[in-house]
Design a protein around this ligand. Structure first.
Ligand code: SF4
Ligand code: SF4
Length: 56
């Protein structure tokens, strides 16, 4: 299991700064989460202004 960022992402970068394991990086048009690195902590979902990160 890992979190995933939906197309609602506005590429603000707030989640990447909060991720404790550096799993989030800027992708093409939105930020993306590396599923193999994500530890399912939920910090990104709690930080995102548009609720784009969701638990898969
Ligand atoms: Fe990073 Fe936690 Fe979000 Fe996974 S759930 S991408 S570990 S902040
Ligand atoms: Fe996208 Fe939300 Fe992360 Fe900002 S905090 S980059 S809107 S997923």
């Amino acid at each position: 299991m890992a979190y995933k960022i939906t197309d609602e992402c506005i590429s603000c970068g707030a989640c990447a700064a909060e991720c404790p394991v550096g799993a989030i990086s800027e992708g093409d048009g939105k930020y993306v989460i590396d599923a193999d690195t994500c530890i399912d902590c939920g910090a990104c979902a709690g930080t995102c202004p548009v609720s784009a990160p969701v638990a898969e």
